[in-house]
Write a protein that binds this ligand. Structure first.
Ligand code: FCB
Length: 490
């Protein structure tokens, strides 16, 4: 049976995504000071193999080569982040032009190749000095972020028109200050809730600063990683577990951002920890600054139940820890759904992406959605001839893009898709062991080899039509069933 080709809208953005600390390296060059990820990755035991971003993919020195790679891929957009301590060392005071010059050159290269720059201001690399002064649990950090936003907008506002304030504030707040598996590695549930609010506030103050500084055509966004939370059963206590995690993973951000209010059930669930008096008078009005699009990062759904059963608690695909990233939700346990998984152990479930897109179409009517991250880690290895074949990644992408297509057909306004990631890179506490790139990086030589998924994605970006994915390898044939004797009277 032939399947009709899946064609995407003509103006669709086809991009790849990266983040500064994961690819740049050159951590001590040009006046850059340490970020919390430098400190964290250099602390024994915090990352697999003690890996750090010191050199990473050496993108800082291979910028032109990497932009040329993207041009070969034919993508029309690139989502990257600016390293705060590279452009404003210590997070306060004047900018250093040498740091800004790197991003000016990157953006110029992109524009020369017809690739639209999509700039993220904060992808987790808080200047260490701001953490030493209290970090995201402190209100002042939000004001520092607004100053930094103003600096970057002043330098790049003439040539970048898509601006994202924060990447996945959930990870910054709850993995950084709750479970401690991300920098700065603190394990204090109240600090995590305070951090969540001050990240929201940073977004609002940052959005105000950007609007004041940027030309009217500039578009403002934020990239969230909402959990697609599913209850393991329809039992009331499992549905309540779902509600709690939905509040802590999703509505703690989308409440203030989209509706100008924190959810009441979140206050109730965390009342034993805090009275939320760190939320001040005007904060919610500031946070509800109008957005031009909502960035959504999706990898896998989350399945929860009430923990009164005997299932072990899981940390939802992040590094194992004794500390929960879910303040006030100790009664919830996490489950691994059956079926395929990626090298991260995350389940492969494109229906989650469909559900996510339809959910935010209803939650944020009129606000275009952009998939700012989606992709998969697999254990890619070069073949004898040096080529890298990654059919699992192609199947993952094919499945998820089919889901995006279906969501668009069902009414979701999706304006673009950014494959995570352009390159294999420093996968945070997992170090270099997890490869998410469409382009393979040899960490001995830093040479880049586009994997077969890169060629597949290039065809998609060029045509706007979803190419077929390779068939799954054939399973061994089941033996023919023995012939049954004819039944009398048949
Ligand atoms: C997201 C991060 C990104 C990358 C992917 C795999 O949570 O934003 O930097 O690590 O996961």
């Amino acid at each position: 049976m032939s399947v009709p080709p899946l064609t995407f809208p003509p103006a669709f953005l086809w991009g790849t995504a990266t983040a500064a600390y994961q690819i740049e390296g050159a951590v001590r060059e040009g006046g850059r000071t340490p970020s919390i990820w430098d400190t964290f990755s250099h602390t024994p035991g915090r990352t697999e193999n003690g890996d750090t971003g010191d050199i990473a993919t050496d993108h800082f020195h291979r910028r032109a080569e990497d932009v040329a790679l993207m041009a070969d891929l034919g993508v029309n957009a690139y989502r990257f982040s600016v390293s705060w301590p590279r452009v404003q060392p210590t997070g306060r005071g004047p900018a250093i032009e040498r740091g800004l010059d790197f991003y000016r050159a990157l953006v110029d290269d992109l524009l020369d190749h017809g690739i639209r720059p999509v700039l993220t201001l904060y992808h987790w690399d808080l200047p260490q000095e701001l953490e030493s002064a209290g970090g995201w649990p402190e209100r002042d950090t939000a004001h520092r972020f607004a100053d930094y936003a103003r600096i970057v907008a002043g330098a790049l506002g003439d040539r970048v028109d898509m601006w994202t304030t924060l990447n996945e504030p959930w990870c910054s707040a709850f993995l950084g200050y709750g479970s401690g598996v991300h920098a700065p590695g603190r394990t204090d549930p109240v600090a995590a809730l305070r951090a969540a609010h001050h990240l929201n506030l940073a977004h609002g103050l940052g959005a105000q600063a950007l609007r004041a500084q940027l030309p009217a055509r500039a578009q403002l966004s934020i990239s969230l990683n909402p959990s697609v939370v599913r209850a393991r059963s329809q039992a009331p206590q499992d549905l309540d577990a779902r509600r709690r995690i939905d509040a802590l993973a999703n509505r703690v951000f989308t409440g203030p951002l989209l509706k100008g209010a924190y959810p009441q059930d979140l206050f109730a669930d965390t009342a034993a920890l805090t009275d939320w008096s760190f939320v001040h008078g005007d904060d919610l009005a500031v946070i509800k600054h109008p957005l031009d699009s909502l960035g959504l990062n999706y990898y896998a759904p989350t399945v929860v139940s009430d923990a009164t059963d005997s299932h072990p608690r899981r940390t939802d695909g992040h590094r194992a820890t004794d500390h929960s990233p879910w303040p006030g939700a100790d009664s919830v346990s996490f489950h691994q759904p059956p079926g395929d998984r990626t090298e991260m152990g995350w389940s492969v479930d494109p229906s989650g992406l469909y559900d996510l897109l339809l959910h935010y179409t209803r939650e944020a009517p009129g606000l275009p959605l952009m998939i700012t991250e989606n992709g998969a880690a697999y254990d890619d290895k070069p073949a004898a001839d040096g080529s890298v074949h990654d059919p699992d990644r192609i199947r993952y992408l094919h499945g998820h893009l089919s889901a995006v297509h279906r969501a668009i057909a069902d009414g979701a306004d999706v304006s673009g898709y950014f494959l995570w990631s352009l390159l294999d890179n420093f996968e945070w506490s997992f170090g270099y062991g997890k490869r998410f790139g469409a382009v393979y990086v040899d960490y001995e030589t830093r040479t880049r080899t586009p994997k077969s998924s890169a060629h597949w994605y290039a065809e998609l970006a060029r045509t706007g039509v979803l190419p077929q994915a390779p068939e799954l390898p054939e399973l061994p044939q089941a033996p023919e069933p023995p012939e049954l004797p004819e039944l009398p009277g048949a």
